[in-house]
Design a protein around this ligand. Structure first.
Ligand SMILES: Nc1nc2c(ncn2[C@@H]2O[C@H](COP(=O)(O)OP(=O)(O)OP(=O)(O)O)[C@@H](O)[C@H]2O)c(=O)[nH]1
Length: 326
């Protein structure tokens, strides 16, 4: 077995064709010689070549050659993870490089929804690389590319050497419209010094709580068809009503909701509750305690395609607690 006690952290590396994913991966390997990294490469097409481009001294590279990871979620991908779990060889981190046209949410969903996988692996973050030269055009024309940005936790703006400072700033502003949660960092050939890419902890409760502090609230951002809506409420929510509403919403319209994140105050609970969704799955986990005397403001953000603010707002209001104390 892999590791008896601690689930192996997983980083999903996504980004459109040619953005520099393999280049960044090579940089990561060089930068972290002490970390034994297993790499799952996904090739679109019959002949895998990316694994030959990754300069690793070990043979910890596994390749999925049968099309796109997100199209084979229940097949080959699950089997490869099973094989990894059963291997004697120990490794410290799993990096999954998806094809340029994969939907990272589908890959992430395997780590959120499957109990067996969760006992062996912990999703650390989804990192998206963009190429400064074509990110704006890609956001206009390519839904897959827009989805990758909308879903990711960190956007690495690669090939910064080929852009001016003004161009870089305008790209950051555009990306923030598509995904207000994500941090952005500039990189050259995958190199940057601001973040420890293997330890972003983006799915940890504390990290979500922290990030929500910096997201502009009660806002609507629109970029082409991708919309993000954020809301705050002072009145507590009813846990049962909210869970039911969100589950039904995601079941019916999960394809349009790329990501939901929130820190909510539920009636009768001392802790903040962290809400995260990946595709049709929504998870509600306990966060830190609300401090005595502080205003318990709930914050929640929805990112997706053509999402209607009025409908979401109405749904949320219906989930507010009706208990009132005299
Ligand atoms: N100028 C410049 N070129 C870069 C940079 N990063 C990567 N490249 C080049 O961009 C090309 C594509 O890089 P890859 O790392 O293969 O990109 P990828 O995302 O893995 O590509 P696919 O596997 O086709 O999706 C290569 O020729 C790299 O040398 C950079 O920061 N600046």
């Amino acid at each position: 077995m892999l590791n008896d006690h601690h689930p192996i952290p997983v980083t999903i590396l996504t980004g459109f064709l040619g953005a520099g994913k393999t280049t960044l991966l090579n940089h990561l390997i060089k930068q972290n010689p002490e970390v034994k990294i297993a790499i799952l490469e996904n090739e679109f097409g019959e002949i895998g070549i990316d694994s030959e481009l990754v300069t690793s001294t070990s043979d910890d590279i596994f390749e999925l050659s049968n099309g796109c990871i997100c199209c084979s979620m229940n097949g080959e991908f699950g089997e490869v993870l099973q094989r990894l779990m059963q291997m004697d060889k120990k490794f410290d981190h799993l990096v999954i490089e998806t094809t340029g046209i994969a939907d990272p949410a589908a890959v992430a969903a395997a780590f959120i929804g499957d109990n067996l996988i969760q006992s062996n692996f912990r999703l650390d973050s989804v990192i998206c690389l963009v190429d400064v030269q074509n990110v704006e055009a890609m956001l206009k024309d390519r839904e897959e590319g827009s989805k990758q940005i909308a879903f990711s936790d960190l956007i690495v703006i690669n090939k910064a050497d080929t852009a001016t400072e003004d161009q870089l700033q305008s790209i950051v502003a555009t990306i923030k419209k598509v995904n207000p949660f994500a941090d952005c960092v500039q990189a050259e050939f995958g190199a940057q010094t601001q973040y420890d890419l293997l330890n972003l902890g983006s799915y940890k409760v504390r990290e979500v709580e922290n990030r929500m502090r910096f997201v502009a609230m009660n806002h609507e951002n629109v970029h082409n068809e991708i919309v993000s809506h954020s809301f705050t409420f002072e009145q507590p929510f009813d846990l049962l009503k909210f869970r039911h509403w969100l589950n039904v919403l995601l079941m019916i319209q999960g394809e349009s909701f790329y990501r939901v994140k929130g820190v909510l105050n539920f009636e009768g609970m001392d802790e903040r509750c962290i809400v995260q969704s990946v595709r049709n799955n929504a998870a509600i986990t306990l966060g830190t305690d609300w401090q005595d005397g502080m205003v318990r403001t709930s914050k929640i953000v929805f990112i997706g395609k053509k999402l209607r603010r009025d409908i979401i707002e109405k749904g949320l209001k219906n989930c507010l607690s009706t208990i009132s104390f005299i």
